[in-house]
Structure formats: C-alpha cells, structure tokens
Design a protein around this ligand. Structure first.
Ligand SMILES: [Zn+2]
Length: 298
C-alpha cells in the first residue's frame, strides 16, 4: 500500500438505534452520559450519523484508505458487548477498509469482554473514559486490560478532556492528566493513544522524566477543529515529536458546525495541508505512517 494513503485513527460507529431517540434510548439502557453528549439540553447537537456506505463514500472522496472504528465508553458491559457486534458487522462489510476497536467496560469481566471482542475480529480497545467508566492505574480491571492488550499487541485509545477549556457537553467529565501518566507507567509496553491531543499532556513531555514514561503514548487529533486552531499540529509535533501524532477526525462528528451540515473530511484535511505548519514528511507520518508502525505493519 503506497505511503500516502491516509488512515483515520479515530472514528465512531454507532448502531442505528442510538440516533433515533438518544434520550429515550439512554434512559432505557441507563447510559446518561450518552444522552448528555448527543442531545444536550437547550443546544444543537453536533453529532451526525453514518452507515457503512456513507462513511466509505466520505473516505473515498479524500483518499482515506482505512479507518479505525472505535466503540464508546459505555457505562454498562451489556451496551459494550452489543455495540461490538455492530462494529464487527461494519468490519465484515469492508474488511480492508475498517479496523475495529472494542467498547470495553473495565470491570471484573474484562478478560472475557476482551476475548469476545477478539473472537469478533476486533484489533484494539477504545475509546475508554477513566472518569465515566471509573478506573485508574491501580484498578484490578485496568491491570487485566493492560496486560491482555500488551500481550496481544492491541492499542488502547483513551478519551482525554482538555485540562483547561470552554464549557461544552462532556467537558465536566474530568480526566486528570496525571492519571494518564500513571496508566502509562503501569504498562510501559502498552501502546496508548490519547484522544483529542491528550488534553494538553504533550506540554509535559518537555520534562524528560515524563517523556520517558510516555514513550509508548501517541496523541490523536480527534475533534481538533472544535477545540484548537490548526497550528496545534505544529505545536504538538514540536513537543512530542511528529512520530507520535496520529490523524483522527472523530467522524461522524461535525467538526465545523458553523459551515458543515453533514460530517465530512474536506475542510479538516484542507486545514491540515495549508495551516497545520507540518511539512510533507510530517503530514505523511501524521496521516498514516505513524499508525502503520503502531499497528506493526511497517
Ligand atoms: Zn473522545
């Protein structure tokens, strides 16, 4: 596969039931955080929805060869397992385009959840949320998950809320940065992908003790246009090295709600090309090269 093919490291697949009446669905399944994000009281939502063909069309329009389909940080194991079936169906629909990651709730059944996801053909874990799903570096369930994923070369994608920022749906669910340092320290060989530029953690990689602990930590750009100016790409690359940054969109989130009615890639890729401050080599690393290495493909 030529080097310039793009891989999106952070997209979401949602079972179609989720979008029809998010509040009723969330109430029935006891998933309150979901309702708050997707149907925030008094605000227009920015979530869009896609079926496999919509997503493949969006990818084809911009030479995006493959995408990691992430699950979600559900509050119930049953919801995770149910969601993983949908992810596996999407992967079966286009196995050379989609890479499935599993929804997992770190709990006493973690190993069984991971093995079930493995049997479905999934290849990683995420997106997890330490606050919503209530785990930390010393949790027995994290230990199980980290060991299993290290042994199976499965990366783990973790949601990180920006450590300082404006108020938006989801922003109250704090994810203290030090908790991620501890997670990395607890599993030095595990490949961690911290979403949304790691919520600001790259700044602390300027401390050589921290950068050593975080050597297997990567940062994705999911939802970046909703939070930061495009110069953030250059800034993070300067802090952590361009080898540790991954292009992720958060598709099918609408990244430019003021100008974009449906989810898509054109404005984001144009901003990266023209305003990220990354040169062509760095852009190739960001857009796929780094992830290919992380997945053990090159
Ligand atoms: Zn996230």
């Amino acid at each position: 596969m030529p080097d310039h093919h793009i891989i999106d490291a952070h997209t979401h697949v949602f079972p179609s039931e989720l979008g029809q009446d998010p509040c009723a669905w969330a109430a029935a399944r006891n998933e309150p955080h979901w309702a708050e994000l997707v149907a925030p009281a008094g605000q227009a939502g920015i979530q869009d929805w896609a079926d496999p063909q919509d997503m493949l069309n969006a990818m084809d329009a911009h030479s995006i060869q493959r995408a990691i389909l992430l699950g979600w940080y559900w509050e119930n194991e049953d919801t995770c397992r149910w969601h993983n079936q949908t992810i596996a169906q999407w992967v079966a629909h286009a196995p050379d385009r989609f890479i499935g990651f599993a929804s997992i709730l770190p709990n006493k059944n973690t190993r069984d959840q991971l093995e079930a996801a493995h049997d479905l053909g999934l290849r990683g874990v995420g997106e997890l949320h330490i606050g919503i799903q209530n785990f930390h570096a010393e949790s027995a369930a994290w230990r199980t998950l980290a060991d299993w994923c290290t042994d199976h070369h499965w990366p783990v994608n973790l949601h990180v809320t920006e450590a300082a920022g404006h108020t938006h749906p989801g922003s109250h669910a704090a994810t203290p940065l030090q908790a991620f340092v501890r997670l990395a320290q607890s599993a030095p060989e595990l490949k961690l992908i911290l979403a949304h530029w790691g919520g600001g953690l790259p700044f602390f990689e300027a401390n050589p003790r921290i950068s050593k602990i975080l050597r297997n930590v990567y940062y994705d750009s999911a939802a970046s246009p909703l939070l930061y100016k495009p110069e953030i790409f250059r800034r993070v690359a300067d802090l952590v090295g361009h080898e540790k940054i991954l292009f992720g969109s958060d598709y099918p989130l609408r990244l430019y709600p003021a100008i974009q009615k449906r989810a898509g890639y054109s404005q984001f890729l144009q901003d990266i090309d023209q305003h990220s401050g990354l040169n062509q080599n760095e852009q190739q690393a960001l857009l796929g090269g780094n992830l290919r290495k992380l997945l053990g493909e090159s």
